[in-house]
Design a protein around this ligand. Structure first.
Ligand SMILES: Nc1ncnc2c1ncn2[C@@H]1O[C@H](COP(=O)(O)OP(=O)(O)OP(=O)(O)O)[C@@H](O)[C@H]1O
Ligand SMILES: [Mg+2]
Length: 278
């Protein structure tokens, strides 16, 4: 009975006497078997659900390839000249296809992280380069909205990491900050705390902050603070869940500190010594 209490089902109690206790034992054994069967069924359903999601997201990606290819070909006027109006509409198709592809890729990543199937390729390399790549890619969007991004790290630090994946984490965090700060007055700062065993990368913004009661669920899949239909920035709420998964695959942790009305700092730690890295 104590084994059942620990969650081990299907083991039989051996008591063959045909008395009241015997009947109780018999019923208990049947019950334990039923629970075992039900848990196995639930596990199988979970696996089937995961496989279905992986398959469907993969299948959704395929038809996007020709859509994107032909839009580019049309926009490049390789199939004949276009009016401005036609070009404008095609640009909308192009950005919509890009958003769709991003959501599908995010779903695939979240799914792979959950199944432990996402492989990060860690190499000991300079984290400053990785940060610079992420910041530079978003610089045009910041400049367009008169938002300042200050990148404070100016020295080389070697940290084992998958450059592409950590760029993805930084991009998600920077994009979130860009989404919430005010144009003209928005300031986003990236700074790194360096110690013997690890580094801590911080992304600080002077946005609206996150209400304390909403901070708990930030790293959950599909979680969004502003769920009103009228919210201005899109997104699927997968960004931070993916960041958490990717940082943990590097053997690190991620956290957020926020003061409503002042701003938010997202921080993640990456271990330097490759032994503590998974
Ligand atoms: N720097 C920030 N300041 C205030 N709120 C934030 C900040 N970063 C994230 N949030 C809140 O946390 C929510 C979840 O962020 P997350 O990146 O997971 O999803 P998203 O940005 O809404 O969508 P996605 O990243 O999938 O496109 C956001 O919707 C936003 O409400
Ligand atoms: Mg996001």
């Amino acid at each position: 009975m104590s084994r059942v209490k620990e969650g081990v089902y299907g083991e039989k109690i051996n008591y063959k006497v045909d008395d009241e206790i015997g009947q109780l034992v018999n019923t208990f054994n049947i019950m334990s078997d039923t629970i075992k069967q039900k848990t196995e069924e639930a596990k199988e359903t979970d696996i089937a659900k995961d496989e279905f999601l992986s398959m469907i997201t993969h299948e959704l990606k395929t038809p996007l390839v020709p859509i994107q290819g032909y839009v580019d070909m049309l926009l490049g006027e390789h199939l004949g000249p276009l009016t401005e109006k036609q070009k404008d509409r095609l640009k909308i198709i192009k950005t919509s296809a890009e958003s769709l592809l991003r959501i599908i890729s995010d779903l695939l990543d979240a799914q792979k992280l959950e199944l432990g199937k996402l492989v990060v390729k860690k190499e000991k390399q300079n984290i400053k380069n990785t940060i610079d790549i992420a910041v530079q890619a978003l610089q045009p969007r910041a400049t367009e909205n008169k938002i300042t991004i200050k990148q404070h790290l100016d020295k080389e630090i070697l940290v084992p990491h998958d450059r592409e994946r950590i760029t993805q984490v930084l991009t998600n965090l920077l994009k979130n900050a860009l989404d919430v700060v005010n144009p003209d007055t928005g300031v986003i700062e990236v700074f790194v705390e360096d110690s013997d065993k690890e580094i801590k990368i911080n992304i600080k913004d002077n946005g609206p902050g996150i209400p304390i009661e909403k901070q708990g669920g930030l790293f959950k899949k599909f979680y969004q603070v502003d769920t009103s239909l009228t919210r201005e920035v899109g997104g699927s709420g997968l960004g931070l869940a993916i960041c958490k998964g990717l940082v943990e695959e590097h053997g690190g942790t991620i956290s957020a500190e926020s003061t409503p009305g002042v701003g938010t700092t997202f921080s993640f730690i990456l271990p330097k010594d490759s032994e503590s890295v998974k």
